[in-house]
Design a protein around this ligand. Structure first.
Ligand code: FES
Length: 284
Protein backbone atom coordinates (compact mmCIF):
# COMPACT_ATOMS: atom_id res chain seq x y z
CA UNK A 1 0.00 0.00 0.00
CA UNK A 2 1.47 3.36 -0.96
CA UNK A 3 1.61 6.42 1.27
CA UNK A 4 -1.40 8.12 -0.33
CA UNK A 5 -3.60 5.05 0.11
CA UNK A 6 -2.60 4.90 3.77
CA UNK A 7 -4.26 8.27 4.31
CA UNK A 8 -7.59 6.67 3.36
CA UNK A 9 -7.50 4.52 6.50
CA UNK A 10 -5.79 7.04 8.80
CA UNK A 11 -8.45 7.17 11.51
CA UNK A 12 -6.21 9.45 13.57
CA UNK A 13 -7.23 12.18 11.10
CA UNK A 14 -10.91 11.81 12.00
CA UNK A 15 -11.03 14.37 14.84
CA UNK A 16 -9.60 16.98 12.46
CA UNK A 17 -11.98 15.86 9.73
CA UNK A 18 -14.91 16.22 12.10
CA UNK A 19 -13.81 19.66 13.28
CA UNK A 20 -13.15 20.96 9.78
CA UNK A 21 -16.45 19.58 8.46
CA UNK A 22 -18.33 21.30 11.29
CA UNK A 23 -16.55 24.57 10.53
CA UNK A 24 -17.33 24.36 6.80
CA UNK A 25 -20.98 23.53 7.42
CA UNK A 26 -21.38 26.41 9.85
CA UNK A 27 -19.68 28.91 7.51
CA UNK A 28 -21.22 27.84 4.19
CA UNK A 29 -24.83 27.39 5.28
CA UNK A 30 -26.99 28.79 2.53
CA UNK A 31 -28.30 25.94 0.30
CA UNK A 32 -28.23 28.32 -2.64
CA UNK A 33 -24.56 29.21 -2.04
CA UNK A 34 -23.65 25.57 -1.49
CA UNK A 35 -25.23 24.65 -4.84
CA UNK A 36 -23.26 27.40 -6.60
CA UNK A 37 -19.99 26.28 -4.95
CA UNK A 38 -20.68 22.63 -5.83
CA UNK A 39 -21.28 23.64 -9.44
CA UNK A 40 -24.96 22.64 -9.76
CA UNK A 41 -25.74 25.56 -12.15
CA UNK A 42 -22.90 24.56 -14.51
CA UNK A 43 -23.41 20.81 -14.19
CA UNK A 44 -19.80 20.23 -13.17
CA UNK A 45 -17.82 20.64 -9.95
CA UNK A 46 -16.47 24.20 -9.68
CA UNK A 47 -13.35 23.38 -7.65
CA UNK A 48 -11.30 21.79 -10.48
CA UNK A 49 -12.15 24.77 -12.70
CA UNK A 50 -11.33 27.35 -10.03
CA UNK A 51 -7.90 25.90 -9.21
CA UNK A 52 -6.74 26.60 -12.77
CA UNK A 53 -6.24 30.27 -11.88
CA UNK A 54 -3.90 29.99 -8.85
CA UNK A 55 -2.05 27.03 -10.35
CA UNK A 56 -1.56 28.80 -13.66
CA UNK A 57 -0.37 31.95 -11.90
CA UNK A 58 2.07 30.09 -9.66
CA UNK A 59 3.52 27.95 -12.45
CA UNK A 60 3.96 31.07 -14.59
CA UNK A 61 5.67 32.81 -11.66
CA UNK A 62 8.10 29.89 -11.34
CA UNK A 63 9.03 30.26 -15.00
CA UNK A 64 9.48 34.03 -14.68
CA UNK A 65 11.64 33.53 -11.59
CA UNK A 66 14.10 31.73 -13.87
CA UNK A 67 14.19 34.72 -16.24
CA UNK A 68 16.48 37.58 -15.13
CA UNK A 69 14.69 40.89 -14.58
CA UNK A 70 11.22 39.35 -14.09
CA UNK A 71 11.00 39.62 -10.32
CA UNK A 72 8.20 42.17 -10.28
CA UNK A 73 6.01 40.23 -12.73
CA UNK A 74 6.65 37.01 -10.81
CA UNK A 75 5.59 38.73 -7.59
CA UNK A 76 2.35 39.95 -9.16
CA UNK A 77 1.52 36.42 -10.32
CA UNK A 78 2.26 34.97 -6.89
CA UNK A 79 -0.12 37.53 -5.36
CA UNK A 80 -2.82 36.68 -7.91
CA UNK A 81 -2.38 33.01 -7.06
CA UNK A 82 -2.65 33.63 -3.31
CA UNK A 83 -5.84 35.69 -3.70
CA UNK A 84 -7.58 33.34 -6.13
CA UNK A 85 -6.67 30.31 -4.03
CA UNK A 86 -9.30 31.46 -1.52
CA UNK A 87 -12.47 30.95 -3.63
CA UNK A 88 -10.96 27.70 -5.00
CA UNK A 89 -10.50 26.49 -1.44
CA UNK A 90 -14.02 27.48 -0.41
CA UNK A 91 -15.48 25.49 -3.32
CA UNK A 92 -13.21 22.54 -2.54
CA UNK A 93 -14.09 22.50 1.16
CA UNK A 94 -17.80 22.62 0.32
CA UNK A 95 -17.46 19.55 -1.93
CA UNK A 96 -15.24 17.87 0.64
CA UNK A 97 -17.80 18.30 3.43
CA UNK A 98 -20.10 15.85 1.62
CA UNK A 99 -17.75 12.99 0.81
CA UNK A 100 -17.21 9.52 2.27
CA UNK A 101 -14.90 9.30 5.30
CA UNK A 102 -11.97 7.75 3.37
CA UNK A 103 -12.22 10.54 0.82
CA UNK A 104 -12.42 13.16 3.57
CA UNK A 105 -9.21 11.90 5.17
CA UNK A 106 -7.28 12.21 1.91
CA UNK A 107 -9.06 15.47 1.15
CA UNK A 108 -8.01 16.96 4.47
CA UNK A 109 -4.34 16.22 3.76
CA UNK A 110 -4.82 17.67 0.25
CA UNK A 111 -6.28 20.84 1.78
CA UNK A 112 -3.55 21.10 4.43
CA UNK A 113 -0.86 20.85 1.74
CA UNK A 114 -2.58 23.57 -0.28
CA UNK A 115 -2.82 25.84 2.76
CA UNK A 116 0.88 25.23 3.47
CA UNK A 117 1.71 26.06 -0.16
CA UNK A 118 -0.28 29.30 0.02
CA UNK A 119 1.59 30.18 3.23
CA UNK A 120 4.93 29.60 1.49
CA UNK A 121 3.86 31.87 -1.35
CA UNK A 122 2.84 34.59 1.11
CA UNK A 123 6.28 34.32 2.78
CA UNK A 124 7.78 34.58 -0.71
CA UNK A 125 5.88 37.81 -1.29
CA UNK A 126 7.02 39.23 2.04
CA UNK A 127 10.66 38.41 1.26
CA UNK A 128 10.36 40.02 -2.17
CA UNK A 129 8.80 43.16 -0.67
CA UNK A 130 11.86 43.44 1.61
CA UNK A 131 14.18 43.24 -1.37
CA UNK A 132 15.32 39.69 -0.65
CA UNK A 133 14.64 38.33 -4.11
CA UNK A 134 16.70 35.16 -3.77
CA UNK A 135 14.82 34.11 -0.64
CA UNK A 136 11.57 35.10 -2.35
CA UNK A 137 12.35 32.79 -5.26
CA UNK A 138 13.32 29.98 -2.89
CA UNK A 139 10.01 30.18 -1.01
CA UNK A 140 8.20 30.40 -4.34
CA UNK A 141 9.77 27.16 -5.51
CA UNK A 142 9.00 25.51 -2.17
CA UNK A 143 5.40 26.62 -2.62
CA UNK A 144 5.30 25.10 -6.09
CA UNK A 145 6.67 21.78 -4.82
CA UNK A 146 4.08 21.73 -2.03
CA UNK A 147 1.12 22.63 -4.24
CA UNK A 148 2.25 19.95 -6.71
CA UNK A 149 2.16 17.34 -3.92
CA UNK A 150 -1.31 18.62 -3.01
CA UNK A 151 -2.33 18.25 -6.65
CA UNK A 152 -1.16 14.65 -6.62
CA UNK A 153 -3.45 14.00 -3.66
CA UNK A 154 -6.28 15.75 -5.48
CA UNK A 155 -5.71 13.41 -8.42
CA UNK A 156 -5.90 10.41 -6.11
CA UNK A 157 -9.12 11.76 -4.64
CA UNK A 158 -10.70 12.12 -8.06
CA UNK A 159 -9.27 9.28 -10.15
CA UNK A 160 -8.77 6.59 -7.50
CA UNK A 161 -11.47 7.46 -4.99
CA UNK A 162 -13.98 8.83 -7.52
CA UNK A 163 -14.85 12.02 -5.64
CA UNK A 164 -16.55 14.63 -7.81
CA UNK A 165 -17.20 12.31 -10.73
CA UNK A 166 -20.56 11.23 -12.15
CA UNK A 167 -21.42 7.87 -10.60
CA UNK A 168 -24.20 7.33 -13.15
CA UNK A 169 -22.02 7.72 -16.21
CA UNK A 170 -21.80 3.97 -16.80
CA UNK A 171 -25.56 3.37 -16.85
CA UNK A 172 -26.16 3.91 -20.60
CA UNK A 173 -23.12 1.73 -21.38
CA UNK A 174 -24.29 -1.17 -19.22
CA UNK A 175 -28.04 -1.09 -19.83
CA UNK A 176 -29.07 -3.08 -22.93
CA UNK A 177 -30.79 -1.30 -25.82
CA UNK A 178 -34.51 -1.81 -26.45
CA UNK A 179 -37.53 -2.34 -24.23
CA UNK A 180 -37.36 -4.49 -21.09
CA UNK A 181 -40.08 -5.68 -18.73
CA UNK A 182 -40.07 -3.97 -15.35
CA UNK A 183 -43.13 -5.19 -13.38
CA UNK A 184 -46.93 -5.24 -13.55
CA UNK A 185 -48.22 -1.68 -13.48
CA UNK A 186 -50.54 -2.36 -10.53
CA UNK A 187 -47.53 -3.09 -8.30
CA UNK A 188 -46.82 0.62 -7.97
CA UNK A 189 -48.70 2.71 -5.45
CA UNK A 190 -49.12 6.42 -6.08
CA UNK A 191 -46.42 8.63 -4.52
CA UNK A 192 -44.13 5.81 -3.32
CA UNK A 193 -40.49 5.21 -4.20
CA UNK A 194 -39.85 1.66 -5.39
CA UNK A 195 -36.76 -0.20 -6.50
CA UNK A 196 -36.75 -2.81 -9.26
CA UNK A 197 -33.91 -4.65 -10.95
CA UNK A 198 -33.77 -4.75 -14.74
CA UNK A 199 -30.79 -6.25 -16.57
CA UNK A 200 -29.18 -6.55 -13.13
CA UNK A 201 -29.31 -2.79 -12.70
CA UNK A 202 -31.26 -1.05 -9.93
CA UNK A 203 -33.98 1.33 -11.10
CA UNK A 204 -36.02 3.81 -9.10
CA UNK A 205 -39.74 3.81 -9.90
CA UNK A 206 -42.18 6.52 -8.85
CA UNK A 207 -45.85 6.64 -9.74
CA UNK A 208 -47.43 10.07 -10.10
CA UNK A 209 -51.10 9.51 -10.87
CA UNK A 210 -51.27 7.79 -14.23
CA UNK A 211 -47.62 8.51 -14.99
CA UNK A 212 -44.64 6.36 -14.07
CA UNK A 213 -41.20 7.91 -13.70
CA UNK A 214 -38.14 5.66 -13.81
CA UNK A 215 -34.59 6.78 -13.01
CA UNK A 216 -31.35 5.02 -12.22
CA UNK A 217 -31.46 4.17 -8.51
CA UNK A 218 -27.72 4.89 -8.09
CA UNK A 219 -27.15 8.50 -7.08
CA UNK A 220 -24.81 10.33 -9.43
CA UNK A 221 -23.03 11.96 -6.48
CA UNK A 222 -21.58 8.96 -4.66
CA UNK A 223 -23.84 6.01 -5.54
CA UNK A 224 -26.38 6.40 -2.73
CA UNK A 225 -29.56 4.23 -2.97
CA UNK A 226 -32.23 6.71 -4.04
CA UNK A 227 -35.16 4.39 -3.27
CA UNK A 228 -34.22 4.75 0.42
CA UNK A 229 -34.58 8.52 0.15
CA UNK A 230 -37.63 10.72 0.50
CA UNK A 231 -40.05 12.36 -1.88
CA UNK A 232 -40.05 16.14 -1.60
CA UNK A 233 -42.02 18.85 -3.37
CA UNK A 234 -39.54 21.34 -4.83
CA UNK A 235 -42.02 22.81 -7.28
CA UNK A 236 -42.22 19.33 -8.77
CA UNK A 237 -41.85 15.90 -7.18
CA UNK A 238 -38.22 15.17 -6.33
CA UNK A 239 -36.32 12.33 -4.71
CA UNK A 240 -33.88 13.38 -1.98
CA UNK A 241 -30.86 11.09 -1.65
CA UNK A 242 -30.53 9.57 1.84
CA UNK A 243 -26.75 10.00 1.93
CA UNK A 244 -25.99 13.67 1.30
CA UNK A 245 -29.34 15.17 0.35
CA UNK A 246 -29.01 15.70 -3.39
CA UNK A 247 -32.43 16.29 -4.93
CA UNK A 248 -33.40 15.07 -8.39
CA UNK A 249 -36.55 15.76 -10.35
CA UNK A 250 -38.53 12.52 -10.58
CA UNK A 251 -39.97 13.72 -13.88
CA UNK A 252 -36.72 14.56 -15.65
CA UNK A 253 -33.84 13.24 -13.51
CA UNK A 254 -32.27 16.70 -13.44
CA UNK A 255 -30.46 17.98 -10.36
CA UNK A 256 -32.64 20.28 -8.27
CA UNK A 257 -30.24 20.48 -5.31
CA UNK A 258 -26.60 19.47 -4.76
CA UNK A 259 -24.06 18.22 -3.92
CA UNK A 260 -24.68 16.17 -7.09
CA UNK A 261 -23.99 18.09 -10.28
CA UNK A 262 -24.93 15.37 -12.80
CA UNK A 263 -28.53 14.33 -13.36
CA UNK A 264 -29.91 10.83 -13.09
CA UNK A 265 -30.38 8.74 -16.26
CA UNK A 266 -34.11 8.77 -17.03
CA UNK A 267 -35.85 5.81 -18.64
CA UNK A 268 -38.73 5.93 -21.09
CA UNK A 269 -41.74 3.86 -20.06
CA UNK A 270 -44.70 2.16 -21.70
CA UNK A 271 -47.31 -0.33 -20.55
CA UNK A 272 -47.82 -3.51 -22.60
CA UNK A 273 -50.53 -5.93 -21.48
CA UNK A 274 -50.47 -4.51 -17.97
CA UNK A 275 -46.68 -4.75 -17.67
CA UNK A 276 -44.46 -1.68 -17.44
CA UNK A 277 -41.56 -1.73 -19.88
CA UNK A 278 -38.55 0.58 -19.81
CA UNK A 279 -36.04 1.72 -22.35
CA UNK A 280 -33.04 3.99 -21.90
CA UNK A 281 -32.40 6.43 -24.77
CA UNK A 282 -28.81 6.02 -25.96
CA UNK A 283 -28.31 2.70 -24.17
CA UNK A 284 -26.38 -0.26 -25.49
S1 FES B 1 -24.69 9.78 -2.66
FE1 FES B 1 -24.30 11.82 -2.02
S2 FES B 1 -26.15 12.85 -2.42
FE2 FES B 1 -26.52 10.85 -3.12
Amino acid sequence: MNLVSRFEDAVWLDPWVSGARGAVNSIVRSPWLRDVLHGVPVGHPVHPLAVQVPLGAWISAAILDAVPGSDRAAGVLIGVGAITAVPSAVAGFTDWSELHEQQQRVGLVHAAANIAATGLYIVSLVERSRGRQTRGRLFGYLGLATVSAAGFLGGHLTYRQAAGVNHSEDVPHRFPAGWHGLAPVNEFADGKLERRMVARMPLLVFREGERLHVLSDVCSHLSGPLHEGEVADRGEPCVVCPWHGSAFSLRSGEVVGGPATAGQPRFSTRVMNGVVEVSLPGAG
